[in-house]
Design a binder for this molecule. Structure first.
Ligand code: PMM
Length: 287
C-alpha cells in the first residue's frame, strides 16, 4: 500500500477511487456537534439522504454520544434510535455504517441493511461484538480506545503517542482477527479525541503514514473535534470557537488525510470535505 496509490480496499464495501467521505448522522438528543436536531427517525433519514446528495459516499448512523464525559445510553433506546434510520437509508440504496459499541445493536443494524460496523471501542466494550461481526461477515472499524467517555480524558497519558497508538491498534487488530473477522474487512482509526489531548491528535494526523504501516485502510474522524477548537483559538487561554464553526478546519484535515492516503474521512458537514478529497485526488493524479 503506497502513499498516493492504493489506500486499501475493504472487502464488502464499494471501491472508491479516492478517499471516501463518510457523513455523520447522530440520532442523539445531546450530540455536541449537531445538538440533537436530527433526533427523529424521519429527519435523520432525510439528513442522511441530504449528506449523500452533498457528496457523501456512505453514512454513519449512531445513537450514542461519545463526547467527553458522556454517560451511556440505554440499550433499548439506542436500538430504537438507530435501527429504523439504518433501515430507511439502506432501503434508499445508501451504504450505511452503524456507530455502536453494542453487539446487539450491530447485529440488528446489519439485519436492517448496515454494511459496516463502526465500534469506537474496537470490540472492547462488548465481548459479544467480535463474534457478531465475524458471523455477519461485515467490515469492522477498529478504533484506538482506552475506555468509556465518562473518564477517558484521564487516560490521555502518552510518552510517544504515535508509537503507543499504533501498537495498541495492532494488538486490537490481532484480537479481532483471532476472533474470526477477516483481515480484509478491517478498517483502522486513530480515534482522534478519545483519551487524547490536542497535541496527541495533531501528532497522529502528522503521522498517519505510521498507521498505514499496519496494512489496513485508515479512517480519520477529525470533524469538529476539540483539537481543532484549540488550533483555531487565538491562544492557549482563549475560548475555542464552537463545534459548528470548525467545518473549514475539518475540511483542511480532510485534505491532509486524503493526501496521506486515508481510506475515508468521517465528517458532519460533507460539502467542503467532498471538495477537499476531490482536490487531493486531482493532485495525486497530476504527480
Ligand atoms: N468519533 C466520534 C464518533 N464516532 N467513529 C470513529 N470511527 N472514529 C471517531 O473518531 C469517532 C467515531 C465522535 O463523536 P461525534 O460523532 O459526536 O463527532
Amino acid at each position: 500500500m503506497n502513499r498516493g496509490t492504493g489506500r486499501g480496499r475493504v472487502q464488502g464495501l464499494p471501491d472508491w477511487d479516492r478517499c471516501a467521505v463518510m457523513g455523520v448522522v447522530n440520532v442523539t438528543p445531546d450530540s455536541f456537534s449537531d445538538g440533537g436536531r436530527w433526533f427523529d427517525t424521519t429527519a435523520a433519514i432525510k439528513r442522511g439522504l441530504d449528506l449523500i446528495a452533498e457528496g457523501a459516499d456512505l453514512v454513519d448512523v449512531g445513537g450514542e454520544s461519545t463526547r467527553p464525559g458522556a454517560s451511556r445510553v440505554d440499550a433499548d433506546e439506542e436500538l430504537r434510535r438507530v435501527v429504523p434510520v439504518v433501515r430507511g437509508l439502506a432501503a434508499e440504496g445508501v451504504t450505511v455504517s452503524v456507530d455502536t459499541m453494542r453487539a446487539n445493536v450491530a447485529e440488528q443494524a446489519v439485519a436492517a441493511g448496515a454494511a459496516l460496523v463502526n465500534d469506537v471501542s474496537g470490540g472492547l466494550a462488548d465481548p459479544a461484538m467480535i463474534p457478531v461481526v465475524a458471523e455477519a461477515s461485515v467490515p469492522f472499524v477498529v478504533m484506538h480506545w482506552r475506555g468509556f467517555s465518562a473518564d477517558m480524558n484521564s487516560r490521555a497519558v502518552y510518552t510517544d503517542v504515535v508509537a503507543e497508538v499504533t501498537a495498541e491498534i495492532r494488538t486490537r487488530m490481532d484480537a479481532v482477527i483471532a476472533g474470526g473477522v477477516a483481515p480484509e474487512r478491517l478498517v483502522i482509526d486513530p480515534g482522534l479525541g478519545f483519551a487524547k489531548q490536542a497535541e496527541h491528535d495533531l501528532a497522529l494526523v502528522a503521522h498517519l503514514a505510521e498507521l498505514r504501516t499496519l496494512g489496513s485502510p485508515v479512517l480519520v474522524a477529525a470533524s469538529r473535534k476539540r483539537f481543532l477548537g484549540r488550533v483555531l483559538a487565538a491562544d492557549a487561554s482563549a475560548t475555542p470557537p464552537p463545534a459548528r464553526e470548525r467545518d473549514a478546519a475539518t475540511a483542511a484535515v480532510s485534505a491532509i488525510a486524503a493526501h496521506e492516503g486515508a481510506w475515508a474521512v468521517r465528517v458532519h458537514e460533507v460539502r467542503a470535505t467532498a471538495d477537499a478529497v476531490r482536490v487531493a485526488r486531482a493532485v495525486e493524479g497530476a504527480r
